[in-house]
Design a binder for this molecule. Structure first.
Ligand code: 6R9
Length: 646
């Protein structure tokens, strides 16, 4: 079936200048595997430690003695690593370039200014009662203050939980409640593609549903007139004027929590993925340098919002730990025109550009002219993340955006992994369009069959990781048992990624997508169970089943089968109301693309919904429905096929 695609060899100049060439990569793989303590101890010198760790790795994935600890007796502060240590030689270099939604809005923030602003914000948090270990919710647009807020928390040892601005008040309330957050940092409004996002109003609504928050710090961004609750809300400008610009970085243990980030799983409500101070920062910094072959002074642009893990690791922590100039963009790829990405690259002389396949596919549809109207000559490397990049989009990225001269790093990783695990290294790895290629040093992959049998050589199955790496998540906040259950119980002794994967004869890895009930919509993770729960909240809905289906732009779309209560008439108005319901419960990113009325759902005799069949119908693979004989009522399938939504 599949023809082996072309190979793009490492350009000679890149191999010569790279941090890691082919021989270096092979040597690092062996060192990390055979002498992990020595290898990681040496690598850990890239961070600035108050106490350098003597214990390096202490890990077991087995149930009896399950533990994941890295650099355990090390002491450090993340914000000091991202700011203070660069001041002696980089005080006047740009740390953050901010590009607003409107092309007329931009700002440069030097490391010196970053230090001052983060210290001030840290002091404001302290003055308002936030202490080491407290959870602080951050609900901000992509403005420099989002980075200041994260770094200010890190500076005083508070644990941040950033929530993407596209999530609804209910989602905010659920996340605040889950981690017992006592303080919220938000802005009046965000701006995306010329539209305003009512952030403060969403926080106000969320706080009607959840208690325990005693302070809301309000950053004025658009200047809109928004609600202000006396006694609870504080105006940032006013508060900042009351404190000094000096704040001592709190000494933190390497295993102290740095942040919680909620992500969707295959069951239940989103999980609070917890990352720690030492291991996470180390991995963000190490991978940012290796994967992007980063050199000091280069302008690095990761287009992800800080509400996602990619924005955490490659918008803020990785680049700043490495003294980079990181670009934060508030807007969207198609505003005011579909040339915006490329114009921003020219405007700020971006050298490394890191984005998601869904953005590329939507821009590809607009043709080559909007790209070719720009120069892009500052670029030297392209990156991709979030979902499998189809070879067609890969080639367009390479040939049109990169003028055929730039390598692409297709980086596979997850919220849970903290940073990249599978990726080409620009100076070491030949590229194959559509493959994330090979694991980084210290990443031990295995492909297993459904029963856990290890598959060797060229094969396809479920992707597992057999040993820990420093950036691995440490727990699901408040539910350590769920952490073990979710990731380590399917295949005992291994971390199961939830992804399917093929390995070719050259040992290259090709991620085929999720094998669990997680769908990847425009690179955003969505649990089918979450969308189903939102739908059944509607009075007219008896039952709902949600699956993914292939979508040209989004990668996957959301297809919902809905069974209505007896006597309810299926109308277009009801369909609209159901979509609105999901937007309200979760946020616009979870809105179903298709709703099909289903008088019945295909269930086994034990009452389990056979999602395999629903997926096939949604994919329009009607010839491949498989065995339906175990269904309680096989005739429901005929009805679903007959009435398949177009
Ligand atoms: C970083 C991030 C994780 C899931 C992951 C996989 C998919 C991410 C990918 C990729 C193929 C890549 N994924 N990068 N699939 N190629 N380069 O996206 O984290 O939001 O937690 O999503 O995304 O399915 O399991 P997260």
């Amino acid at each position: 079936m599949s023809t082996e695609p072309e190979i793009y060899p490492v350009p000679a100049d890149l191999a010569a200048r790279a941090h890691m060439d082919r021989a270096g990569y092979e040597a690092a793989r062996i060192a990390a595997r055979e002498t992990p303590d020595a290898y990681w101890s040496e690598q850990a010198k890239r961070l600035d430690w108050m106490t350098f760790p003597s214990k390096i790795k202490d890990v077991s994935f087995n149930k009896e003695d399950f533990r994941i600890r890295w650099f355990e007796d090390g002491v450090l502060n993340v914000s000091a690593n991202c700011i203070d240590r660069h001041l002696p030689h980089r005080e006047n270099d740009t740390a953050i370039i901010w590009e607003g939604d409107e092309p007329t809005d931009s700002e440069h923030v030097t490391y010196g200014q970053l230090h001052e602003r983060v210290c001030r914000m840290a002091n404001v948090l302290k003055a308002n009662g936030v202490r080491k270990g407290d959870r602080v919710t951050i609900y901000l647009p992509m403005i420099p203050e989002a980075a200041y807020a994260m770094l200010a928390c890190a500076r005083i040892g508070a644990v941040h939980s950033v929530i993407f601005g596209g999530f609804s008040p209910d989602s905010i309330a659920g996340r605040i409640e889950d981690c017992g957050s006592t303080f919220v940092i938000t802005a009046d409004e965000g701006c995306r593609g010329g539209k305003k996002v009512p952030l403060k109003a969403n926080v106000d609504k969320a706080l009607e549903k959840v208690s325990g928050v005693d302070g809301v710090l309000l950053i004025r961004h658009t200047g809109a007139d928004v609600g202000f609750v006396e006694g609870r809300d504080r105006d940032y400008e006013t508060e900042a004027a009351k404190v000094t610009a000096h704040c001592h970085p709190e000494p933190m243990q390497a295993e102290d929590p740095l942040f919680i980030l909620y992500t969707s799983g295959s069951t239940g409500k989103p999980k609070g993925v917890l990352h720690t101070t030492g291991g996470y920062l180390f991995w963000a910094s190490y991978t940012h340098e290796l994967v992007f072959d980063y050199r000091p002074g280069e302008v690095f642009w990761c287009t992800a919002d800080v509400g996602w893990v990619t924005g955490h690791s490659y918008g803020v922590y990785g680049p700043l730990a490495n003294g980079a100039t990181t670009l934060l963009f508030e807007g969207v790829p198609n505003y005011p025109t579909v040339s915006r990405f490329w114009e921003v690259i020219d405007k700020h002389k971006v050298e490394i550009f890191y984005t998601a396949p869904t953005a590329l596919r939507s821009l590809m549809r607009e043709g080559d002219a909007p790209v070719k109207a720009t120069s892009r000559k500052s670029l030297r490397l392209l990156g991709s993340v979030g979902e499998p990049i189809n070879p067609e989009a890969w080639r367009w990225y390479h040939e049109v955006v990169g003028d055929g001269r730039l390598p692409i790093v297709d980086t596979w990783w997850q919220t849970e992994t903290g940073g990249v695990l599978i990726s080409p290294l620009p100076g070491a790895t030949d590229l194959k369009p559509g493959s994330a290629t090979k694991p980084l040093p210290g990443v031990e992959l295995q492909i297993v069959d459904a029963e856990g049998g290890v598959l060797e050589g060229a094969t396809e199955g479920n992707l597992c990781i057999t040993d820990s790496w420093p950036g691995q998540m440490r727990t699901v906040y408040g539910d350590h048992a769920r952490f073990f259950e979710t990731y380590f119980s399917t295949y005992p002794g291994k971390y199961f990624t939830g992804d399917g994967c093929r390995r070719d004869a050259d040992g290259y890895y090709w991620i085929t997508g999720r094998v669990d009930d997680v769908i990847n919509v425009s690179g955003h993770r969505m649990g089918t169970a979450e969308v189903e729960s939102a739908l059944v909240l509607h009075d007219d809905v008896a039952e709902a089943a949600v699956v993914g289906f292939p979508h040209d732009i989004k990668g996957q779309g959301i297809y919902a089968y809905v069974t209505l209560n007896k006597g309810v008439v299926a109308t277009d108005a009801l369909r609209t109301a159901l979509v609105a319901q999901v937007r309200l419960e979760i946020g616009p990113i979870a809105a179903p693309d298709v709703i099909q009325w289903a008088p019945g759902l295909p269930k086994t005799r034990s009452g389990k919904i056979m999602r395999r069949i629903l997926r096939k119908i949604a994919e329009n693979e009607l010839g491949a429905l498989g065995d339906t004989s175990t269904l309680a009522d096989p005739s429901v399938v005929d009805d679903l096929v007959k009435n398949r939504a177009a």
